[in-house]
Every structure is written in C-alpha cells, then in structure tokens.
Design a protein around this ligand. Structure first.
Ligand code: IPD
Ligand code: CA
Ligand code: CA
Ligand code: CA
Length: 269
C-alpha cells in the first residue's frame, strides 16, 4: 500500500476509533442488553453490535471498495485476503466490559493483500491508544514505543495466559505447562487479547499464549507487535492464518524460541 494512502487511512481509522470510544464512555452506565453466543460465558451486548455497526457504516460509506472482517456479523464473508480489509473487534474483552466496565479495547487491523498495514488498539476507559503503521514504528498515545528489550532471561519474563491451559483439551501436556509457569517470573490474565498484544508490544509482559483466537482478536496486535520486533506464530510455531481461528503465541523474540522449542513444541499433545 502506498505510504500516503496509508497515512490518510490511518488518520481516518484513528478518528473513528476515538469517536467510537468516546460514545462507549458516554454510555458506560446505561442499561445493557446482554446475550450469549456459543456458550453461557460467551457474551455479546448491544454495545458490541452498535459499535460494529458504527464502523461498518462509516467504512461502507467512505470506502465502498474495502472489505470488513468482524466479529458480530455486520462484515463480509471473506475467503481470501485480497484487497483492503478492515479486521474489526468492536469490543475485545466483552466479559470485562460487562463485569468490570474497564479493561476492554476496540481493535482494528487494516490489511492490504494479506499484509498488515495499520493496527489500532484503543483501551477505551484508560483512554490509551496503541497504534502502528507498517515500517513506521509503534506508538502509545502518540509516543513511540521503543524496540523490545533483547536481554530478558526466561526466569525474569512475565507471560500472559489464561485458565484454558489448565483444562483437559489444552494443547501442551501438563508437565511442560507446569514447568513453563514455574520457570517464568510470573503469569498474568487480562481478559482482552488485544490489550495483551499491546502489553507485549509495550514490554510490560514478555509474551501472550492462547489456545484459540479469531482474526479480529489479533489483527491489530500483530501489526503493532511487529513494529517493536515481536514475533507472532501459532502455539506450535507455524504462521497464523488471518482467515481462521488459531492458537497464538506472541512474544519478545528473546524468549520466543526457548518457550516455543523447550516447552510448547516439546510438550505438544
Ligand atoms: C475474547 C477476549 C479474551 C480471549 C477470548 C476472546 P471478545 O474476545 O480477547 O481475552 O481469551 O478468546 O474471544 O469475545 O471479548 O471480543
Ligand atoms: Ca466475543
Ligand atoms: Ca475479541
Ligand atoms: Ca469482541
């Protein structure tokens, strides 16, 4: 994508993200209609849907030739990554949104012919915008995020992961998972994949490991992470497919190979 075209698109996307975030903040204490999707813990609210409708309306009006890949059903059915695609999670961390009214984000990745060009992750209640354009660096509220540190021993690393790694269907055997969580300095669970990518980019966690994520959970994060030298693969080290669900391991490259080879691939079930 031409750099000038991308800059214009970036500014427009950023403006819409901030506008959508401001609307959510204004309505944060309004009564919510909460439904469930695939299971009783898979929540969706009117705010998720309204926010997605807001973006889809703006995009279709302004860029009718672009495509939309999004969580709540107002996007397109896509079978290729050709063209310009807005990959949108209107609220990432819906459970946090419902229960905590914080710790959720708007996440938008814009891809062109399969290449991540723009990433925007907006922590709505914290009013913190993580952003990146390919090859132009990553930013937190307009301040450049420095490249990831290259001297983090695994025993001093913090790893973000969730309880699914304790469940029977986990992808790595119990022994290696236990060894991993005991080897690192600590683990964290934030409940928003997008924010966990942003925190990895910021270097406040050193990696994020998850069993199954959709394209809209990771599209923006991958662009931002890449700009600070982070690496994102599946949990068994393969490239992620932006048109399907994937297990995901994103991290500081300094600890990435060790975690991947000595724990995840070694313990793969
Ligand atoms: C979810 C969050 C959560 C992750 C789930 C995602 P949603 O997204 O990112 O942290 O563990 O796998 O589905 O549904 O709140 O947009
Ligand atoms: Ca959801
Ligand atoms: Ca999500
Ligand atoms: Ca969502």
């Amino acid at each position: 994508m031409n750099a000038d075209v991308r800059e214009t698109l970036f500014r427009q996307a950023k403006e819409w993200v901030l506008e959508a975030g401001s609307t959510i903040r204004t309505k944060i204490n309004d009564p919510l209609t909460i439904d469930t999707k695939s299971n009783p813990n898979d929540l969706v609210t009117t705010m998720d849907k309204d926010t997605e409708v807001f973006f889809a309306g703006k995009i279709r009006e302004t860029y009718p030739e672009h495509f939309i890949l999004s969580e709540e059903g107002f996007g397109d059915e896509l079978s290729t990554m050709d063209g310009t695609i807005w990959i949108i999670d209107p609220i990432d961390g819906t459970m946090n949104f419902v229960h905590q009214k914080r710790n959720f984000a708007i996440s938008i990745g814009i891809y062109h012919d399969g290449i991540g060009e723009i990433g925007l992750i907006y922590d709505v209640m914290g009013d913190v915008l993580y952003s990146a354009q390919r090859t132009k660096g990553a930013y937190k509220n307009g301040q450049e995020i420095p490249p990831l540190k290259t001297d983090i021993p695994l025993k001093e690393a913090i790893l973000s992961l969730n309880h699914f790694w304790l469940c029977e269907n986990r992808l790595v055997n119990e022994k290696e998972m236990q060894r991993l969580v005991k080897t690192v300095r600590g683990t964290r669970t934030y409940g928003s994949a997008a924010l966990e990518f942003a925190y990895t980019a910021e270097g406040i966690v050193d990696g994020y490991l998850t069993m199954s994520l959709a394209p809209w959970d990771i599209a923006a994060g991958m662009v931002i992470l890449e700009e600070v030298g982070g690496v994102t693969t599946t949990a068994d080290g393969k490239p992620v497919n932006m048109l399907s669900k994937n297990s995901v391991f994103t991290s500081n490259p300094y600890v990435q190979k060790e975690i991947l080879n000595d724990f995840l691939i070694k313990g793969k079930k």
